[in-house]
Design a protein around this ligand. Structure first.
Ligand code: BES
Ligand code: MG
Ligand code: ZN
Length: 502
């Protein structure tokens, strides 16, 4: 379902919509809130709320049909709780999930136009524009469904009208434009991830990214296997050996017009299908492994969004892209690989392939791009789901300021991160007797952290943060997601980069 968000300064009750949405505080006065509709209906909102015991309590939503003059419309009331936010409640998320369930409720109904009365922003600890922007992004995200292969896909589109007062109309319009760009980046990332692996091979992925980034004014360079061999990217090539699909290595650069601007490198894991390789996964665990390129899809979509938003910071998006398959020439446990920066690793488990491809990508980025900061985004470890899933991504970094900024961006956007412990002790786990390191930790503990310890060998002196998004990339039970991908990290990193630019 396509969702288009518009701004209107019309009177709420005069907008010709089939669904009217209001966010109400606990103990709200039903007669007051609904007074503009009173002349159009004999329906008693007050009695209905009493009947449903709806008081505006946090996490409560009611949707019901009402006869207005000679038409039937729907009303949706989202409770946001009282003036004081209860401990443990993230009220921004209440707003987002409320909006998500409202949009979901339009599915299967003949609703074309949804009117949303923008609530008083003060209780959300956000500026008015941010409320509009968040509601916009969430509305469009909630409309996403992957139905490319459905013979009878419903081609529905709805308009969401944000109702604001005249004086705020211009600001609100700008906010919806920004919110739309963010949502499109999220949804396009989801499309990449949801696409079946046969339709998203490394070669196809590269072609799509080149075309998409070109359209936003980003130049993307693509290396093939021969070029990677010249550069010594044996981490990527080693993983690619088991597959008949050719690997690719992508570098996309957005340059701001601002002089002396800083450069952020975003490195994404791009395994278009992870079978585990020779250490093959059980079939149940393989089912979502078309999504093992979620990091790579995210970084290019983030770069595109930042280019469209004219962010005053340079962005370099980098991704190693390959399948991990157990073909006849696949690398084997016991093999030793030498990476771009000359370091070696003993392959103890071919299923720990993400760190191998990222090793080349991170060291290449440090060497050639020399960014001010570097963040990698990867569906790296199943352990991440156990550590922080499904509502957070795991953050590992030795830099407190960088971690704090990422954490704040997570809280602002709802695309949240949780920092895991990371000290020298964890780095011991990946020691090898025959190479510089092993590609899995010993003892099977804190797998998400030991994976980061491996990556650290490839980041040099660049301030670096690692985001493991394996926890939240697929099938997350939140109203504004659907079954399938989520586009995790896209909202987070767009916001982070915009703040870093300031
Ligand atoms: N792509 C997987 C991680 C993953 C698991 C992502 C579940 C999303 C959901 C990664 O390549 C992997 O297989 N990791 C191994 C590492 C282990 C062998 C040290 C894992 O987590 O089992
Ligand atoms: Mg794997
Ligand atoms: Zn993987």
């Amino acid at each position: 379902m396509e969702v288009h968000v518009k701004v209107s300064a019309e009177k709420f009750s005069s907008v010709q919509a089939q669904m009217y949405v209001m966010f109400v505080q606990e103990g709200f006065n039903a007669e007051k809130v609904c007074k503009d509709f009173a002349s159009k209906t004999t329906f008693s909102f007050k009695d209905y709320f009493a009947e449903m015991e709806f008081t505006g309590k946090v996490k409560s939503v009611v949707t019901f049909p009402v006869q207005l003059d000679n038409r039937v419309v729907h009303f949706s009331f989202v409770g946001v709780g009282g003036k004081v936010c209860p401990v443990g409640i993230d009220r921004k998320e209440i707003l987002r999930r409320g909006m998500g369930s409202v949009i979901k409720a339009t599915r299967g109904k003949k609703i074309k136009d949804v009117a949303v009365l923008i609530p008083d922003e003060s209780i959300f600890e956000m500026e008015f524009e941010k409320v509009v922007e968040q509601l916009t992004t969430i509305s469009i995200m909630a409309g996403y469904q992957y139905d490319v292969f459905m013979s009878k896909a419903t081609k529905k589109s709805i308009n969401v009208h944000m109702i604001v007062s005249k004086e705020f109309k211009k600001d609100a319009q700008f906010a919806t434009e920004c919110g739309t760009i963010v949502a499109q980046a999220v949804n396009t990332t989801r499309e990449y991830v949801d696409t079946p692996p046969a339709h998203m091979t490394p070669v196809i992925f590269a072609e799509k990214v080149v075309a998409q980034t070109k359209a936003c004014g980003i130049k993307t360079t693509v290396f093939d296997a021969k070029k990677m061999a010249q550069l010594g990217m044996n981490g990527v090539l080693g993983v690619a050996r088991g597959s008949v699909q050719e690997p690719r290595f992508l570098v996309g650069e957005y340059k701001t017009a601002k002089k002396g601007a800083k450069t952020i490198a975003l490195v994404g894991k791009g395994i278009t299908f992870d079978s585990g390789g020779i250490c093959i996964k059980p079939s149940g665990s393989m089912l979502t492994m078309k999504g093992d390129m979620a990091g790579a899809a995210a970084v290019f979509n983030i770069a595109c969004a930042l280019a469209s938003l004219k962010a005053q910071v340079n962005i370099v998006a980098v991704a190693p892209v390959t399948e991990n398959m157990p073909g006849p020439d696949a690398q084997k446990p016991g093999d030793i690989v030498r990476f771009y920066n000359g370091k070696t690793a003993e392959i103890k488990d071919t299923d720990a392939e993400g760190r191998l491809v990222l090793a080349d990508a991170l060291s290449y980025t440090v060497d050639k791009i020399k960014p001010d900061i570097m963040i990698d985004v990867a569906t790296l470890t199943g352990a991440c789901e156990y550590a922080v899933g499904p509502f957070f991504s795991a953050l590992i970094s030795e830099h407190d300021d960088l971690s704090e900024s990422l954490s704040l961006a997570g809280n602002r956007t709802g695309d949240r991160v949780w920092r895991l412990p990371y000290t020298d002790d964890y780095k011991e786990a990946i020691k090898s007797n025959i190479a510089d390191m092993a590609n899995i930790g010993s003892g099977n503990k804190a797998g998400t952290v030991t994976a980061a310890a491996f990556l650290q060998h490839f980041v040099g002196d660049v301030p670096w943060a690692h985001l493991d998004i394996a926890s939240g990339d697929f099938n997350i039970p939140v109203s504004y997601f659907d079954v399938g991908s989520t586009g995790v990290s896209v909202r987070l990193l767009i916001d982070f980069c915009l703040h870093y630019a300031k």
